[in-house]
Design a binder for this molecule. Sequence first.
Ligand code: TYM
Length: 331
Amino acid sequence: METVVSGIRSTGKLHLGNYYGAVSNFVKMQNEYNCFFFIADYHSLTTHPTPQDLHGNIKQVLVEYLAAGLDPEKTTLYIQSDVPEIAELYLYMNMNAYVGELERSASFKDKIRSNPDNVNAGLLTYPVLMAADILIHQATKVPVGKDQEQHLEMSRTFGNRFNHLYKTDYFKEPFAFNYANELIKIPGLDGKGKMGKSEGEMNAVYLSDSPEIIRKKVMRAVTDAGPTKDNQTKPQEIQNLFDLMKVVSSTDTLIHFDELYNKCQIRYGDFKKALAEDMIIATQPIREKIEDISKDSKLLRQVAKHGAIKARESASKTIKEVREIIGFKSF
Ligand code: TYM
C-alpha cells in the first residue's frame, strides 16, 4: 500500500483553501492508503509565535482535522514536534540542500518581500524540513495545494541527492496529489490572489465561521460593475468567485450563473447570496463539530498520544536505517 504524508502549519483556523486544497483529500485518502497527517508546528516557529498562541493553534488544527472527518483509527494523526526523528532527518537533509537553490525558491522570495525584517535561517531551510517530514515515512503521495508544488520538487531533489551520494535507492520520490488530478488554488475574496491566513481576515472564509460571518464576507467580496457585451472573458475578481462556486456549489448552480453572465444578465447580489449559502451548507457539518471537539480535552490528549506513538514507530525505523547508510554504526 502506498504511503501518504501531509501537514498543515499551526498558524490558526483552517480556511476553504486548506480544506479543498488539502484536508478534503486527506479524508478520502485515509480509506485507501497508509496515511500520516500531522500538525506542522516546527514550521510555524518561523514567525515566532508566543507559547500561548502556538499551543492554541496546535489545538485548533487538531480539532479541525477531527471535525473534518480524519479518523485516528484509520490514519496516523500526530503533532510534528512529538516526533524528534524528523528534526534529525532534517539535519542530515540540510547537507544535501544548496543555499543557492533554497534562495531561489518562490516561497522564500515571497517571504523576503513580505517580511524583510525576519529573514531567518528556518525560512531558508523550510523546504528541507518539509522533505524530512515526507521522507521520514517514505511517502510517495502528498496531498497539497498548488502553492506547495515547488516544495515537492525540492523534496525529490534532496532525496535523490542522498541516494546518489550514498549509492542507494533508499528514498522513493514523493509527488503532490489531488483527487481532481490537478493541484488547486482556491482564490480569496479580495479579487486578487489565493485564499490565505495572512491576506487579511475578510479575504478568507474559515471552516469555523458562522453563517452570518460567511454572508458578510461574501457580500463584501470584490466585483466589477457587471458584464458588458464586449467583456465576455471574466475579469479576475469575477472568475475567482466562479472558482469558489465550482468547489462549494452544484454543477447546475454554476451553469445557471455562468449562463446569466454570458447573457449579461447576472446580478452580483444574487450570485453572491447563492455562493454564500452554498459555503454555509458545505462547511456546516464541520462547523457543528468544532465546538464540541474542542471541549473534549481527553479525546485530544488521547489522539495526540496515540498518533505520536504510531508516527515514531515509522520514523525511528527510517532514522535507524538512514544512520546506517550514512555510516553511524555501532562498534
Ligand atoms: P499551509 O499550512 O500553508 O497550508 C496547508 C495546506 O493547505 C493548502 N492551501 C491551499 N490550497 C489551495 N488553495 C489555497 N488558497 C490554499 N491555501 C493553503 C496548502 O497547499 C497545504 O497543502 N508547508 C506546508 C505544510 C507542510 C507540509 C509538509 C505539507 C509542512 N510539511 C509536508 C505536506 C508535506 C504549508 O505551509 O502548508
